[in-house]
Every structure is written in structure tokens, then in C-alpha cells.
Design a binder for this molecule. Structure first.
Ligand SMILES: [Zn+2]
Length: 601
């Protein structure tokens, strides 16, 4: 079997060329079925600096098994065994369904059997139970699934036995829920797991059997714990996704403008949305505050869409983008002959927004003179065109936005206090992206869809490394910057391949303090850093049939030639020291010798 060389990994390139790669673990594992345990552990990373643990793009928790045991006991004692069992089964189901989704999205090309097996690896990785598969077979087309597994070291049994001792009933409820949720979500048909032997019943290990619902016969009891009548009414698989879908769906009903959809599920985002929903159906003036790029216009559009003026125009003006000399005619319109160049009369934005919403972005940049005229328009509900004499009644809801502290501007004498109070009726602060980091994965997915559609490209998603870089990045330019990065990634990545770090970031954008990831020995180590440019150059050239050391030599010489023979400059460009470059060039002149394969931390 020939393996396409284009798919060669960075680790393999590093091994063949002897290039230093700071990623040390993936080469330790045999290329088993993907996703391998190494693939899955690579997706788990810790960001202790901001109190988060991620499994790819899912936020995870590390908490005490004994705390889980405590919660479990309280549930049983207060609600009774039946209801407690139901709750834990359903919570387990949600967890399994999330993991299935994760594996499906992250490894879309994996063989379905390997994806089934990934669930057993994840269940172990998450510290819940060690799964030993005894047998499993399935036929998706014929609706067959039949599997038998042993569960060793079940955490649920540890806690159950500690609290209640041995009994006559199986107790791994959450784990049964997980297996059911995982396989059912993957299979798209109901597959039910039952624990037929359990440590809580005195067995040495637990034994579970999973079968297609139709093969079990009576599944009323299983469904009762899942609180489901049938497959369709199973517990929601994706609580986070559901939270996002709601505002997104509502947005779509309106103008169908994807570009202005607001997406998020974090508490900071939800609190802004609640404020927005509260004020939308009133006539109040709203002032959005927040850094550049946090989505103030998108929020203003949504305010308009869900408000009472939705069928009337929404007109946006960026005050900073219009020269001071033109702002008045832009806002209020102009009569013919008012000034040189005004060859015909024209309505201003106020008139065009009549009956609807006028969004004034970067209001803090208006001059004091313009502020005075704006204030009069707001107070009187009427305007006068530049060079005109008649007053025109306008009915406009004004929504303003600023990225500066207007109160400080008032104190500094640069912003009229009366206008400030006129605008600041209902302020809504939009948090910067770094304060709603939980939304980064959702936004990544949202803009991936959007930009792929817009540019007619079809990247498969993001590499683990790219997800990591995004989760760690500070986003000084907020959502707009995130969207730009993804647009760049969508354009740069090959169709049918995943977007990687190099497709989105310039090298200097990346921080060198990394996240912590799980090393091959199961201990935390610094997460992988961006590979050296040389390594990336090499990776781009594999597949040509030329041995890698030869490609390396060619690249090195090209770089030196491009730098006019200046070794230091060429080395900088390649991400090497001058000495390393000199050594590598010299090595190319001598016959290749076997180098030890030392890959380790
Ligand atoms: Zn058990």
C-alpha cells in the first residue's frame, strides 16, 4: 500500500531531515487507526492562565471524582434512585453525543469503525472508565449494531460502592448514557447500551452490551431513563450549539444577512443579548460601547431587526469615515446650490432613515459643531438641509456607538454633555473577544461556513494546532480580526484540507508562551509552538519524489542565494541560527550518514 507522500506529517519531515521539532509526542505512536489515542490527547489542552481546559473546541472540567460522588449521593437521597439514575443517564448521554460530534467534525474522513473506537478512547482519556472492546459489529445500511465491552476501573462504581456498598443493581448510569449518546449520535439510529454485569453488583469488571434499539425488543425502561419516547425525542445533543442557534436563527428570519449575524454562547455575550432584547421593542436611544471590532454594527442591525421598525430602513453612518466638511450634508442632506459642487438637491441619512433606525458609529469623532446640530435634530425631531430654509420632520430611532469613553471626552471638553445624556439613555457594553473566549470556537465555525461560501472554497475545518493558536490568541482586533484570519485561512488552505496556523497567522502574531498539552507520558508539557519556517517550507515540498534531505539542501541554498550570500540573513529567514545553517550546508556536502532517531522531550 502506498501512502500519499503529500500527507506526510511535520514530525516525519523533522525525523527525515533531522530538523528540530518541538513537538515530541506524535512520533511515539504507531500509525494506528485515526483518530489514535495520540490524536485525541493532542486535542486536550490546558490554559491555566485563563482558567480553561479544552478538548479541541469544547470547554472541559477537571473535577474531583469524589465531588461527583457527593453530587450523585445527594441526587439519590433527595430525588430517589429512579430520578437520580435518569438525570445521570441523560447527562452522560449529552457528554457522549458531544464527543461523537467532536470526533465526526475533527476527523471527517475517518472510517466509521475507527470513529466508534475513538469513543472508547475518549471515555478513558476523560478519566471515566477504561473500555476493553470484546467484539463489535455493525452494518449501517441494514441498521445493525452489536457490541460487547468490558469496563474496568469505572469511576462511577468507585463512588457508588463507597457510598452504598455492593447491591443488586448495576450502577454505571452516566457511563451507559455516554455510550448510548456516543454511538447513537454517530449511527444516526438509536443504539442502546445496557450494563449486564457491574462492580456494584460484586463483579470484577463491568460488562456492557450495545445493540440497535430494534434488536433489543422491549426498551421502555431504557427510554424512561433517557426520558425519550423514541429516537427523535432523545436529550439534546448539543447544549452549547443550541444556545447559539437561537439568536442566529432569529437573525436569519430578518434580512438573511449572514455577514451581520451575531454568534455566541458565553455569559458575557448572553448578557449583552438580553439587554438588546429588552430595549429593542421600545423607542429608546441606545448607545453601544466597546472596542473596535466587537460587532457594534451587527448588534445595531439586530436591534433594528427585532424592533418595531424592522420593515423600515436601517441606515448606518460611520462618523469617522466622513470628512468634517461633509458630515453635515451627509447627515442632513443638501439643497441645490448650497455650495460649489452641490448641483442638485439630495436627502441626507436622517431623511433616508425616516421611520427606521439611524446608526451613528464612532460618534465620538464628531466635531463640537456637528454635535450641536445632531443634538438639535434629536431634540426637535426635525432637520434642515444644508443651504435650505424649510424644516423637515423626521421620525428616526438613533442608535450610536463609540469605542472611546464618552464621559471622559465630556470631561475633557471634547464632547457635549447634553448630547451625551441624550444618547446614553440605554447603554449596552459589548465585551472584547478575549473576555468571551468561550465563543471563539463558535465564531470560528460560523466564519468558516460564511467565508467558504463567499469564496467558493471547501476547507474541511481546522487543525488541532490552528484551534490551539486561536484559543490562545489575544485578538486585539476582536471579532473583525478573527473573521479576517479565517477569511485568509479559507483562501490560503487547499480545498479538502484543514486550515492550519500558517494559513491564518503571520509568524510575529503568534505568542510564544503556549498552552499546556498532554505529553506522551500523560504529563503536562508546554504546548507545541509554531514550527520553524524551514520545516514548513520542507513540508510544502514533499511529494515531489525527491528525498527530503535533498530538498532541504536545495531550500537552504536558495535562501542563501536570495540573501545575496549573507548567511545570517538567510538563517533568520529560515528560523535557524547562523551556526545551524552553516552546519546544515556543510552536512549537505558530506555523504549522508545515519543519524540517531532521538525524538523525545
Ligand atoms: Zn459498573
Amino acid at each position: 500500500m502506498t501512502r500519499p507522500t503529500e500527507r506526510i506529517s511535520l514530525a516525519e519531515v523533522a525525523r527525515q531531515t533531522g530538523t528540530m521539532l518541538r513537538r515530541a509526542d506524535s512520533a511515539h505512536f504507531k500509525e494506528q487507526e485515526r483518530p489514535t489515542l495520540a490524536d485525541l490527547t493532542e486535542s486536550l489542552f490546558f490554559s491555566p492562565g485563563d482558567g480553561r481546559i479544552w478538548l479541541n473546541d469544547q470547554r472541559m472540567l477537571l473535577w474531583h471524582s469524589s465531588a461527583m460522588g457527593h453530587l450523585r449521593r445527594e441526587l439519590i437521597d433527595t430525588l430517589g434512585l429512579e430520578r437520580a439514575r435518569g438525570l445521570l443517564t441523560r447527562a452522560g448521554y449529552v457528554s457522549g453525543a458531544r464527543d461523537a460530534q467532536l470526533v465526526r467534525e475533527r476527523w471527517p474522513d475517518s472510517d466509521i469503525g475507527n470513529v466508534f473506537m475513538a469513543g472508547t478512547k475518549l471515555h478513558a482519556l476523560e478519566g471515566v472508565v477504561k473500555v476493553v472492546p470484546l467484539r463489535f459489529e455493525f452494518d449501517l445500511d441494514r441498521g445493525i449494531y452489536d457490541g460487547e465491552f468490558l469496563w474496568e476501573h469505572s469511576s462511577e462504581d468507585d463512588e457508588h460502592i463507597a457510598a452504598y456498598g455492593l447491591g443488586t443493581e448495576a450502577a454505571c448510569w452516566g457511563q451507559v448514557g455516554y455510550a448510548t449518546g456516543y454511538v447513537t449520535t454517530l449511527f444516526g439510529q438509536m443504539v442502546i447500551f445496557r450494563e449486564v454485569e457491574c462492580r456494584s453488583m460484586g463483579a470484577n469488571v463491568c460488562r456492557v452490551i450495545g445493540r440497535h434499539a430494534a434488536a433489543w425488543g422491549d426498551i421502555a425502561e431504557d427510554l424512561r431513563y433517557l426520558q425519550a419516547r423514541d429516537f427523535r425525542s432523545l436529550p439534546a445533543a448539543a447544549p452549547a450549539a443550541a444556545a447559539v442557534a437561537a439568536p442566529a436563527r432569529r437573525a436569519r428570519k430578518g434580512e438573511g444577512q449572514d455577514r451581520h449575524e451575531i454568534v455566541g454562547a458565553s455569559s458575557a455575550f448572553n448578557s449583552a443579548c438580553h439587554q438588546l432584547d429588552r430595549v429593542a421593542r421600545t423607542a429608546a436611544t441606545v448607545l453601544f460601547t466597546g472596542e473596535s471590532g466587537v460587532g457594534k454594527e451587527a448588534f445595531a442591525r439586530r436591534l433594528h431587526r427585532i424592533g418595531m421598525r424592522a420593515d423600515k430602513p436601517f441606515v448606518a453612518v460611520n462618523c469617522a469615515a466622513i470628512p468634517e466638511t461633509l458630515i453635515e450634508s451627509e447627515l442632513f442632506g443638501v439643497e441645490r446650490g448650497a455650495f460649489t459642487g452641490a448641483s442638485q438637491s439630495r436627502a441626507g441619512r436622517f431623511e433616508r432613515a425616516d421611520g427606521g433606525t439611524l446608526f451613528l458609529d464612532e460618534i465620538g469623532t464628531l466635531s463640537l459643531v456637528s454635535q450641536g446640530k445632531l443634538l438639535r435634530a434629536l431634540q426637535e425631531g426635525e432637520i434642515e438641509r444644508v443651504g435650505g430654509t424649510r424644516t423637515i420632520k423626521v421620525d428616526v430611532r438613533v442608535v450610536a456607538a463609540t469605542n472611546v469613553d464618552l464621559q471622559a471626552e465630556v470631561r475633557a471638553g471634547r464632547f457635549r454633555e447634553d448630547l451625551f445624556y441624550r444618547l446614553n439613555v440605554f447603554p449596552i457594553h459589548l465585551p472584547p473577544l478575549r473576555e468571551r473566549r468561550d465563543d471563539v470556537p463558535l465564531l470560528m465555525n460560523h466564519f468558516l461556513q460564511l467565508e467558504s461560501r463567499r469564496h467558493g472554497r471547501s476547507p474541511t475545518g481546522f487543525t488541532t494546532r490552528a484551534v490551539r493558536a486561536m484559543l490562545h490568541y489575544a485578538f486585539p482586533g476582536n471579532i473583525r480580526e478573527l473573521q479576517n484570519l479565517i477569511e485568509r485561512g479559507v483562501i490560503s488552505a487547499e480545498d479538502g484540507a484543514a486550515i492550519d496556523v500558517v494559513h491564518m497567522f503571520r509568524r510575529e502574531q503568534l505568542s510564544h508562551e503556549s498552552l499546556l498539552a498532554i505529553g506522551a507520558q500523560g504529563t503536562l508539557r508546554p504546548g507545541e509552538q509554531a514550527p520553524a519556517p524551514l520545516l514548513e517550507l520542507l513540508q510544502q515540498h514533499v511529494g515531489s519524489g525527491t528525498p527530503l534531505p535533498e530538498i532541504e539542501q536545495r531550500l537552504l541554498r536558495e535562501a542563501v542565494a536570495a540573501a545575496g550570500g549573507n548567511l545570517s540573513a538567510a538563517a533568520r529567514r529560515l528560523g535557524l541560527s547562523r551556526a545551524q545553517l552553516a552546519y546544515r550546508l556543510e552536512r549537505g556536502d558530506t555523504p549522508p550518514r545515519r543519524r540517531g532517531r532521538r525524538i523525545g522531550p
